[in-house]
Design a protein around this ligand. Structure first.
Ligand code: S3P
Length: 432
């Protein structure tokens, strides 16, 4: 559990400067996992040192993977191959990290040993049936609390057969868990999804030398794959950049340059959403880094207007809706977010959390069963609000506070260490 921490955020007259956001959380998890399962040594640069990724790193260290620091935010990971992991001697603690728990379930289901995954009070409430059920169809032996739906999960690994599976949710964690189980066994495992979710697993597995096919409705892997140690450069996290994109748009007379941000099309929905709202965001210097597209993002204050957001954009911006609701509160007209009921099962129920907190600050925001409706233009004023222990709620409130008329007190802000340990420091640095 995070120690209690409260921050008081004053309105900003302007924001200016150049920043580098920390490494992408999803890509960092995968870099640690695939480097650990590869043959030989990998060098990973720019890894996110947030609590979620450290949970993944500790899990592999507990299974015998050697990790050493080398210089400027570079880790050397000595891979043990698909067959080299050791049975962990203790429970693996995934902390707050859904990605750790769901992807590790897929990896461990195929490993010939016993393991137990647990997490913090928030993670233990989140649905795990979405990965446990299809893994069980593959022959996995996994027991969990609440009739196998919640952690802790006990995994008696091995004995899997391949699967062709249509996922009812567009979830990269479900898709990845099945691909990571499938890649360790003979035969072809295929995952279909209703809308394309982030494809970092597919890209990075190919980068490590595996044959993984991506197609419009999903992905396919034929095992057993051989992963070879690689040099990986992790791009900046667009989900972390998103807070500064919205801050740069809503604070008057602002101009920010966000360097080296991942702009993978399965993740860049936030740029499309904010541009459709009228935001000035330019992609400069586009290039590729370890199989992922990156660019520098230049954002300038802009008048915003409300828009309608639905099924196609939702998986491409799934973690950004808390901060999209902040942009919408400062836009003219109505913004509707629909087809986003997944927001109810994130680190917290993000629909309820944003309606509660932005509502307390004076925004006109209503919950929908599968999203939110926000009528922009009402001034926000200071109040005390709580993050519900969710890093993205805390940071979204920090952004909203920049345009409130008086100071905002945000309770429970230490959770930002989950994905963005230096968020508050960077935010302060951009003030005049
Ligand atoms: C992630 C996938 C998404 C996202 C999460 C990270 C990943 O979750 O919300 O923050 O790294 O695969 P879902 O797969 O549940 O949509």
């Amino acid at each position: 559990m995070h120690k209690s921490e409260t921050r008081t955020i004053a309105p900003a007259t302007t924001l200016r400067g150049e920043i580098v956001v920390p490494g992408d959380k999803s890509i960092s998890h995968r870099a640690i996992m695939f480097a650990s399962l590869a043959k030989g040594k990998s060098r990973v640069r720019g890894l996110l040192r947030g609590e979620d990724c450290l949970a993944t790193l500790r899990a592999f260290q507990a299974m015998g993977v050697e990790v050493t620091e080398s210089g400027d935010n570079e880790l050397i990971i000595q891979g043990r191959g698909l067959d080299g992991l050791l049975e962990p001697t203790d429970v693996i603690d995934c902390g707050n990290s859904g990605t750790t728990m769901r992807l590790m379930s897929g990896i461990l289901a195929a490993q010939p040993f016993f393991s137990i995954l647990t997490g913090d009070q928030y993670l233990r409430k989140r649905p795990m049936g979405r990965v446990i059920n299809p893994l069980t169809e593959m022959g996995a032996k996994i027991l969990g609390r609440d009739v196998g739906r919640k952690a802790p999960l006990a995994i008696d690994g091995g004995g899997l057969t391949p699967l062709e599976y249509s996922s009812p949710v567009a979830s990269a964690q479900v898709k990845s868990a099945l691909l990571l189980a499938g890649m360790q066994i003979e035969g072809t495992t295929t995952v279909y999804e209703p809308h394309l979710s982030r494809d970092h697993s597919e890209r990075m597995l190919r980068y490590f030398g595996a044959e993984v096919e991506s197609f419009a409705g999903g992905a396919r892997v034929t095992g057993r794959v051989v992963l070879e140690g690689r040099e990986v450069d992790v791009p900046g996290d667009i989900s972390s950049a998103a807070f500064f994109l919205v801050a740069g748009l809503i604070v008057p007379d602002a101009e920010l340059l966000l360097k080296n941000v991942g702009v993978n099309p399965t993740r860049s929905g936030i740029i499309d959403i904010l541009q459709q709202m009228g935001g000035s965001i330019e992609l400069l210097n586009p290039r590729e880094l370890s199989g992922e597209p990156v660019a520098d993002l230049l954002v300038k204050s802009s008048p915003l207007r409300g828009i309608e957001i639905g099924a196609e954009l939702v998986p491409r911006a799934i973690d950004e809706f808390p901060v999209v609701s902040v942009a919408a509160a400062f836009a003219e007209g109505v913004t509707t977010i629909a087809d986003a009921k997944e927001l109810r099962v994130k680190e917290t129920d993000r629909i309820a959390a944003m309606c509660d907190t932005l509502g307390r600050l004076g925004a006109q925001i209503e919950p929908l069963a599968d999203g939110m409706r926000i009528t922009g233009g009402r001034p926000l004023s200071g109040a005390a609000v709580n993050s519900f222990g969710d890093h993205r709620i805390a940071m979204s409130l920090g952004v909203a506070a920049l345009r409130a008329e008086t100071e905002v007190v945000i309770e429970d802000t230490a959770c930002t260490a989950t994905s963005f340990p230096n968020f508050w420091e960077l935010l302060n640095r951009l003030r005049p």
